[in-house]
Design a protein around this ligand. Sequence first.
Ligand code: ATP
Length: 393
Amino acid sequence: MSDPVPPPTVSEHPGIVERVRRSLDRVIDPEIRRPITELDMVGDVAVDGSGAAHVAIRLTIVGCPAARTIENDVRNAVAGVPGVTATIVDVGVMTPEQRRALTERLRGPGRREMPFTSDSLTRVIAVTSGKGGVGKSTVTANLAVALAASGLAVGLVDADVHGFSIPGLLGLDDPEHAGRAVRPTRVDDMILPPVAHGVKVISIGMFVDDPSTAVAWRGPMLHRTIAQFLTDVYFGDLDVLLLDLPPGTGDVAISVGQLLPHAEVLVVTTPQAAAADVAERSGVVARQTGQRVIGVIENMGPFVGPDGSVIDLFGSGGGADVATRLSIGQDAPVPLLATIPLSPALRRGGDAGVPVVLGTPTDTAATAIGRLAEDIVRLGRGLVGRPLGVRVR
Ligand SMILES: Nc1ncnc2c1ncn2[C@@H]1O[C@H](COP(=O)(O)OP(=O)(O)OP(=O)(O)O)[C@@H](O)[C@H]1O
């Protein structure tokens, strides 16, 4: 669609068109997370004799889900420019050439490559567990949100293909289709990850109509999917990319090990001795692919009731035990980074799609996860001579 021919600029406010344009620097595309002026989404801008500003906006695709937000933000930004009496926004769509130019600019020209190499400034942290149901996804979702709340640019890949739960935990359910996650926006072959609580999220659950579909996938298909998540999804510049792996030592863990051999690994376990045995195995497999286990998280630890009574459902000591065992064979000891207690608020927050670190930040599980996030930032990559990879914006 071509931009409308602008009316003449009013003369009694010299430079007003430039000021209107500059005000649009503050309008951020909610999916790409960059100013619309940088994304060539602003077409002609003019101000007519009555002081009405005419702004042409080019959306990436027809039916862009962010259209309403962008239009409102444009109105608000332009309304603040002295001399502007009204704002008329003409919303159009980019031409295929403009769209191609945009995707090339964001991703670089030519063949798409995996941006998360060992040279990249993004810290890649894979979260694994031995057994299912130990709260790995709940902890990962909360950790991602806590890191984002501290000012970091955070991405989260839900690689738990057989039991994807991240969209639900972060409130990314499709309001129109019960049991389905929201669909990501596609700009040509570039996928824009939905953003929840400041975290850019991608999950297999966003691509399947029937949640049981993914369960049937074999190794090569899973590998291609994870590889595609890492190359075709536009995460932009991230400080931290978290991956929620499926429990155990299956195909996905091995693929992630091959695709991201420099990833740091967090192992989640419960205090139970039986869980500790299998948790250790996932850490060992991660290490075999070259990844480094940076810590153990013990989840579902003792719950202290309001009357001070302690409910010790899963016993104790599992986390410390895994940390000790994984320390053997690593040049530095593996720390037990956090003990997160059993917490009804943590469970409720997950069910409601509002992570406890935001919904009930004073809850003991929330404070434990908050400290975990701080420790992870403080630990940096932990490798001497490597860039820290963490940048507070
Ligand atoms: N500390 C906790 N206190 C109370 N409930 C918890 C806690 N951690 C997790 N849960 C609950 O336990 C259940 C399992 O959690 P979650 O789905 O995160 O586990 P998981 O390890 O990712 O499982 P899987 O890998 O098999 O998908 C959820 O209902 C979650 O709300």
